[in-house]
Design a binder for this molecule. Structure first.
Ligand SMILES: Nc1ncnc2c1ncn2[C@@H]1O[C@H](COP(=O)(O)OP(=O)(O)OP(=O)(O)O)[C@@H](O)[C@H]1O
Ligand SMILES: [Mg+2]
Length: 316
């Protein structure tokens, strides 16, 4: 199975390490690095490390496309991004001994022709052997129903669609008649969609079961260090693995999405999906960027994941 990821709001993460951040003061950077990112790009980066064939779609500004092009060339990712004038947004991460201070930009509004061009390129790649991963926020002014429209357009081709988004675009996709096959909300995204806090495992189970009954075949709810909950026609289970080494929690969810895609590409069972996606996420925690450790390490992590079968009403 081929994986196709779509990123409408890519970003370059500019990480600047400082001794100590003091608002209003002048600082000298200890180090600085730039990483091409955005959710679909991160997912593709992890999948390429694992050896799954992947192509990337979306809109990239020509002024600073080099960081993306280098990543795609290094990892053998097929670049289907449409270029537009201007720069892709740059998100600033200020790291000091106390943690990371994020300054995120909104992204460039796109014109409708460019959006249609991306959709056309994505639809052209859809087919029975394709898994389409729609991931991340939308730049300002983008139509909220864009993911729902893409699902509607690729539905008839036999492609599977995995959606990882939040807020209005997640709502539009979950309220549409053309539902994604797979969703991976985190607890906050699920609560926001429901309009009520989702706190206990029983609540997670109930909301996931509702989505499944409406037609989402696989629901994965990521719960940060508590692990994740998975539900499909095969049943429900939780997966958890303690992280020995946490370099960065940024993009753990993207690595989990990549692991779900990799397991689906091998035709894995629900347990394999849970094991591999948790291993991808925990493996990525040890790395600063969206990269996996070597394949044997990920396999060993997958074997170590604790899986618990969950029956409705018996959640702990
Ligand atoms: N501190 C941690 N210890 C162990 N596992 C973790 C930890 N943080 C994250 N994970 C693993 O990573 C998975 C995804 O993390 P999380 O729920 O934070 O995703 P997310 O909120 O979508 O993240 P993002 O969108 O920032 O990539 C979790 O389900 C879990 O398996
Ligand atoms: Mg996420």
């Amino acid at each position: 199975m081929r994986v196709v990821t779509v990123t409408f709001n890519p970003a370059i993460d500019q990480t600047v390490t400082l001794d100590h951040l003091v608002p209003g003061a002048v600082h000298r950077a200890l180090s600085a690095r730039q990483d091409a990112g955005g959710k679909g790009v991160n997912v593709a980066s992890c999948l390429a490390d694992w050896g799954t064939a992947v192509s990337v779609h979306g809109l990239l500004g020509t002024d600073n496309a080099a960081a993306f092009e280098a990543l795609f060339a290094n990892k053998g990712i097929t670049d289907r991004f449409i270029r537009r004038a201007g720069a892709t947004r740059v998100n600033l991460k200020l790291v000091d001994g106390d943690g990371t201070t994020d300054v995120n930009m909104d992204g460039t509004p796109a014109d409708p022709y460019q959006i249609e061009a991306v959709i056309a390129a994505v639809v052209e790649e859809a087919g029975p052997d394709a898994l389409m991963v729609l991931a991340g926020s939308l730049p300002p002014g983008f139509p909220h129903d864009i993911y729902a429209r893409i699902v509607g357009r690729v539905r008839g081709t036999g492609a599977l669609v995995l959606l990882d988004s939040s807020g209005a675009s997640l709502r539009a996709a979950l309220e549409s008649d053309a539902l994604p096959d797979i969703v991976k909300p985190n607890r906050h995204e699920l609560s926001e969609w429901l309009g009520a806090p989702v706190e206990t495992m029983a609540e997670v189970h109930r909301v996931a079961a509702d989505l499944h009954e409406r037609g989402v075949s696989l629901v994965a709810v990521s719960l940060g260090e508590e692990g994740a909950f998975f539900l499909s026609g095969e049943g429900a289970l939780t997966a958890r693995l303690a992280a020995a080494d946490v370099a960065s929690t940024v993009g753990a969810g993207d690595a989990m999405v990549a692991g779900i895609a990799a397991a689906l590409a091998e035709g894995g069972t629900l347990e394999r999906i849970a094991r591999l996606s948790t291993a991808f996420a925990v493996g990525k925690l040890g790395r600063a960027g969206p990269h996996l450790p070597k394949k044997e390490t990920v396999q060993t992590l997958a074997d170590s994941v604790r899986i618990d079968t969950v029956l409705a009403g018996e959640e702990k």
